[in-house]
Design a protein around this ligand. Sequence first.
Ligand SMILES: Cc1cc2nc3c(=O)[nH]c(=O)nc-3n(C[C@H](O)[C@H](O)[C@H](O)COP(=O)(O)OP(=O)(O)OC[C@H]3O[C@@H](n4cnc5c(N)ncnc54)[C@H](O)[C@@H]3O)c2cc1C
Ligand SMILES: *[C@@H]1O[C@H](CO)[C@@H](O)[C@H](O)[C@H]1NC(C)=O
Ligand SMILES: *[C@@H]1O[C@H](CO)[C@@H](O)[C@H](O)[C@H]1NC(C)=O
Ligand SMILES: CC(=O)N[C@H]1CO[C@H](CO)[C@@H](O)[C@@H]1O
Length: 520
Amino acid sequence: MAAAVPDDRRLIVVVGAGLAGAMSALYLGRRQTDGKPAFQVHVFEKRGDFRARELATDKTDAYGVATDSVKRSINLALSCRGEAALAEVGLLDAVKPTLVPMHGRVIHDESGALSFQPYGKPGEHISSVSRERLTTLLVTELEKLPNVRLHFNHKLETARPDGTVVFVESDDDGRDVKGGATTRLHAGLVLGADGAFSRVRAAMLRGSRVNFSRRFIDHSYKEFHIAPGADAASAIARRDDEAGYRLEQPHGLHIWPRHEFMLIALPNPDRTFTCTLFAPNATFEELDSAVKADGPGAVVAFFRANFPDALALIGEENVASQYAENPAGSLVTVRVDPWNRGRMLLIGDAAHAIVPFFGQGMNAAFEDALELNASLDLCNGDLDASIKDFVAKRMPTGNGIADLSLENYEEMRSHTASPLFVVSKQIEGLLHALAPTWWIPRYSMVSFSRIPYDEAKARAHRQEAALSVAEAVVGAALAAGALAAGVALARDAPSGFSGLKAAASSALAAVGIGAPASSE
Ligand SMILES: Cc1cc2nc3c(=O)[nH]c(=O)nc-3n(C[C@H](O)[C@H](O)[C@H](O)COP(=O)(O)OP(=O)(O)OC[C@H]3O[C@@H](n4cnc5c(N)ncnc54)[C@H](O)[C@@H]3O)c2cc1C
Ligand SMILES: *[C@@H]1O[C@H](CO)[C@@H](O)[C@H](O)[C@H]1NC(C)=O
Ligand SMILES: *[C@@H]1O[C@H](CO)[C@@H](O)[C@H](O)[C@H]1NC(C)=O
Ligand SMILES: CC(=O)N[C@H]1CO[C@H](CO)[C@@H](O)[C@@H]1O
């Protein structure tokens, strides 16, 4: 049984009611000692209650999502780690009906042809989920707990290692209200869940020896939307999950890899797609000046040259107006060492903002919350000991997913387009099928397992080094003509693994990887 938390530590202040803050508050709010709540949890969020704004609109779709929120709706890829936390707090079943499964990548090549690359074994998939929906669900659940209080329109101004926090009144967009009220508290724990540009973190860094780095990549992103198909309403009404979309193969993550930049599209339950263009900051600036000089036609011309099929679906007028309306977002990797100081602890993006190319930011944040609860359990509810345990375990994983996410950008925008990449993935899939615990493809370790991210990274690098040696050997064999027929067959028919099977096993034998290790 967990020991009682000393009185002066029982008040937990969570800064930020985003995905990390809301999920951690739910875990912390639900903890009990001797049948009573272990903590009083106060959640402070600088923005207004986003639910009020959504409920204010009377139009909702079959899933209860406000239809005018669609334009700003952001969808995220949910995978194993995020699902594990949702399941533990009992919300996975409530989320499930709103998920759109994505079974693999749908690659749109330059000629307009589509090809499908499965993410994992049959049945394995990630899901598209609405950020608004998920946050709303978590916050609504939090309100059911008598020991949890939510304070919207409260922006953190200062935080100190002794647990002192000061909030100022802010408007619905999180901006300071002139002459607004201030709130001061003394907390047993200040959980900084206030995102990539965290105030709690800034306070932690001040006058300390905490290591910190913030690196923007050269690329920014901008969002676009594909409207639902003409038959969307009837498809939703008859619960035909595949129909009503304007893109073929809706249950996949669509990618238009174009080396220097790429476009992706994720399906929504209302049969729309949210598209994101990732491009060098310089490309956006050139486009911005072209629009200024020649008008919105410049955006249309850019899409016509690079993504003509997507342009047809988004529409010329929409592409230009959405380009003008939606701001370009920057992409940043943040590393902090350590994640705690005194009574302050960082979680989610505040501790480890990562670039979005592995779709793991939210998943990592949810896993953080799950692991913080596990550390509290392990340390019998002792706050200082649990923080120490949590930070020691999670910091390396934060660095691991930061690196993996940066590596995946290269893969998504360039490699997915190359036939060699496709063959490599097929060999990996085969090895995984032959020896499921011994060889796990990088994508599967990250998205379909809870293997710590740093371990996944180390293992992926080892596996891929072996594979490239193996492929070199296969290449030599091919030159000799011995395996040419088999591989050519496999290359044309993704399911025809037979030629590759022979090639892979002989190649692996050649580099001394013979039998599955027995350690797993
Ligand atoms: C383009 C893009 C695509 C992405 N795709 C995916 C994906 O597919 N899958 C995935 O898992 N992740 C994805 N992510 C990452 C994911 O969005 C983040 O990791 C996740 O939102 C982090 O949650 P958070 O709660 O830590 O931070 P945030 O979501 O940033 O929430 C922080 C909260 O704190 C509040 N706040 C900030 N400052 C203060 C203050 N001073 N006082 C009070 N409150 C404050 C903010 O208003 C906000 O509500 C993507 C990110 C981007 C940019
Ligand atoms: C916290 O962890 C304990 C032990 O792992 C678990 O029993 C409990 O359900 C978790 N709390 C929540 C809210 O899931
Ligand atoms: C900061 O980084 C250096 C070099 O990696 C390391 O030796 C030091 O221990 C770190 N400091 C803290 C406070 O973690
Ligand atoms: C479109 C865009 O994101 N432009 C940015 C490129 O980088 C400069 C310098 O960091 C910014 O000032 C621009 O806003």
